[in-house]
Design a protein around this ligand. Structure first.
Ligand code: URA
Length: 198
């Protein structure tokens, strides 16, 4: 999207308009191999946004993010931290399912990046949770190691980023549950401290 159009969107567009535009995206090859674009869902004015990796098989089927096994675990983590799914916004680094659930390639991440940035510009969250290495590397630091960075808060352009493990990693490794729970307690405290009844 040219810079002028991009700025116009941020000034006048809505998330729903952006979703319609993104639904027509063919910037990378992923769209050829999936059923549709999984844009994201939740409160368009959420103070808290969660960013995962990319849709899996179930998400591709249903057209919604985090509805498979990892999504069910994310729902439980959110509920335990006192968040309703509808009061946050959930999306991914890439919007189309990579074949065979492989990691999105750098050129696919690059192609989808401006959609993610536009979403964040329109939602204007105070807090962003990066679920896993890819979201952390995309939004915080390309060199980031999730094992080192999780638990730390990184502030950029007025947004506080909270890197934590991806729920799918917890499904593979139970020992990650406690650190994720500590991260979500910190996220909850930061959210409460915003003072807004959002
Ligand atoms: N489902 C998603 O929507 N994103 C992920 O990163 C994993 C599962």
């Amino acid at each position: 999207m040219p810079e002028q159009q991009r700025l116009g969107f941020v000034e006048r567009g809505t998330l729903a308009e952006l979703a319609a535009e993104a639904g027509r995206c063919r910037r990378c090859g992923l769209r050829e191999g999936c059923r549709g674009v999984v844009f994201g869902e939740g409160d368009p004015h959420a103070a808290l946004v969660l960013v995962g990796e990319g849709p899996g098989a179930r998400e591709d089927e249903v057209g919604r993010p985090f509805v498979g096994a990892a999504g069910q675990l994310l729902d439980r983590i959110l509920a335990a931290a006192g968040f309703r799914r509808e009061e946050v916004y959930i999306t991914n680094v890439v919007m189309c399912r990579p074949p065979g659930n492989r990691l999105p390639e750098p050129r696919e991440v690059a192609a989808c990046r401006s959609w993610l940035e536009l979403k964040l510009s329109l939602i204007r969250p105070a807090l962003v949770v990066c679920l896993g290495a890819l979201a952390t590397q995309t939004l915080v630091d390309p060199q980031a190691r999730i094992t080192r960075l999780r638990g730390q808060v990184v502030e950029r352009d007025g947004i506080r980023y909270f890197p934590t493990f991806h729920p799918a990693a917890l499904l593979r490794d139970e020992s990650k549950k406690r650190p994720v729970w500590e991260d979500f307690r910190q996220i909850r405290a930061a959210y409460d401290a915003l003072g807004a009844d959002v």
